[in-house]
Design a protein around this ligand. Structure first.
Ligand code: SF4
Length: 433
């Protein structure tokens, strides 16, 4: 584990101007309790803080008082004790965007799909504790064996981007497209493609309608597969990943339209939808939306030798201004294999960038965003929640289990299996300009 200060400790010692919200210094259970007389869920402090959370989002049950009051050392000792006691019966997964104080306990680190696959390979584990967000735990449950129980330490850890497309909205969109465009004859009129960052219900939606799932590593190959089968693609929930991938495939600008679920026909004319090749859902990641062309220009001004690498969830102009874009795994591998002395400005979540910098002291590595602003929902996974759910397991209780119904699992597997069956070597996850 790198030895530099974790983001959690940096936040505690930072001035107000150095963080995106003073609420980052609150304990996450401040959001579990009724706020302002309401039990409406909120994302919590950080990049998604001001996004609108759907009423259907889970509300976290209050963590017992004894865990809230525990010193960090005791929390750590208790997690370590349960890990040792449960041994191979337990596997803990840590997404790259988790805080250091969680990542230290992870048996596997990775992006969402890689982690789910790794968990699925550990059939001897009875419990899969996913330190990530809700859709990731759902994906783990889809891929897990029947006897495996998947646990999300804090059920309020959703994903603001995934929450921007719910099943009812997508069904309403599909019905409208169906009316205007029909079903198609030799080829489908529209092929639905969902990003991994979506609910299990939407993966099932795609599975049932000839559609497919993509990740940020394989979006190009997935769109090629989809265009071979249909006239158009409906891509959700991330507008930016869809547009950046469309750009890589040469889809003309005027053939990409945005579907805003709050407006009739998504805010489009019938003619625009008929002429579209890529219909992009109006959704975004509030972490990656923070990166700007001005930040890249400032990094280049300060460090003329800098390499700029960003995630494809960033806006098109940011991706265009960077040297390289790709998935979290691509960013990690690229920087790890870069020569000593190289310089990297990185456009992705700050906990991962901070760990990268600590792991490679021979390189200059920093986050493009000068303000500390972690993913709100990833940040909801605090060690006290991990200690709570683990100690409950020892006591015979499964707290915060994530269960996908069998019917949804079957259809979601269809869409995932189409992705896994794509021919050829994994496509390069990045484009170097
Ligand atoms: S970083 Fe963005 S896409 Fe990832 S969990 Fe957070 S809000 Fe969702």
């Amino acid at each position: 584990m790198p030895t530099t200060d974790s983001i959690t400790r940096k936040i505690q010692g930072a001035a107000s101007t150095e963080v995106c919200s003073d609420e980052l210094r609150w304990d996450p259970w401040a959001y579990d309790a009724p706020r302002h007389g309401s039990r409406l869920p909120v994302y919590g402090a950080g990049a998604s803080q001001w996004d609108t959370i759907p009423r259907s989002a889970p509300v976290q049950r209050e963590i017992p008082e004894r865990y809230r009051a525990m010193a960090p050392e005791e929390v750590a000792a208790r997690i370590g004790a349960v890990k040792a006691r449960l041994g191979f019966r337990l596997v803990i997964l840590g997404h790259h965007y988790q805080r250091d104080e969680i990542i230290r306990w992870a048996d596997f680190r990775g992006d969402s799909f890689k982690l789910s696959q790794q968990a699925a390979g550990r059939r001897e584990a009875d419990y899969i504790v996913f330190c990530g967000v809700h859709f990731m735990a759902e994906s783990a449950d889809i891929l897990a064996a029947d006897h495996q129980r998947v646990i999300l330490p804090n059920t309020a850890a959703g994903c603001s981007m995934a929450d921007m497309a719910d099943e009812a909205q997508v069904l309403a969109c599909w019905r409208q497209l169906d009316e205007i465009l029909g079903r198609g004859e030799d080829r489908a009129a529209v092929v639905p493609v969902t990003y991994m960052n979506s609910s299990a219900a939407l993966k099932a939606f795609c599975g049932e309608r000839g559609g497919i799932v993509c990740t940020s590593s394989n979006a190009t190959r997935v769109l090629e597969w989809s265009f071979a089968r249909g006239e158009r693609v409906l891509f959700f929930p991330d507008e930016h990943l869809g547009r950046n991938t469309g750009d890589k495939l040469g889809v003309p600008d005027d053939a990409m339209v945005v579907w805003d679920p709050r407006r009739p026909l998504g805010g489009n004319s019938v003619e625009a939808l008929r002429g579209a090749r890529l219909i992009l859902w109006r959704g975004w990641c509030s972490v990656h939306a923070r990166f700007t062309v001005a930040q890249i220009a400032e990094a280049r001004r300060r460090y003329p030798e800098i390499n700029v690498v960003v995630h494809p969830e960033c806006r098109r102009e940011v991706v265009a201004a960077a040297d390289l874009d790709g998935s979290t795994e691509l960013i990690l591998e690229t920087i790890a294999s870069a020569p000593p002395g190289s310089q990297w400005a990185v456009g992705t979540e700050i906990n991962m960038v901070n760990r990268l910098a600590a792991a490679h002291p021979d390189k200059l590595i920093f986050c493009l965003d000068p303000v500390i602003c972690p993913c709100s929902t990833m940040y909801r996974i605090h060690p006290a929640y991990l200690a709570w759910v683990l100690e409950a397991l020892v006591g015979g209780e499964v707290v915060n289990e994530i269960v996908v119904t069998d019917a949804v699992k079957v259809s979601a597997r269809v869409a995932l299996d189409r992705m896994l069956a794509l021919p050829g070597r994994p496509a390069p996850a990045a484009a170097r300009r």
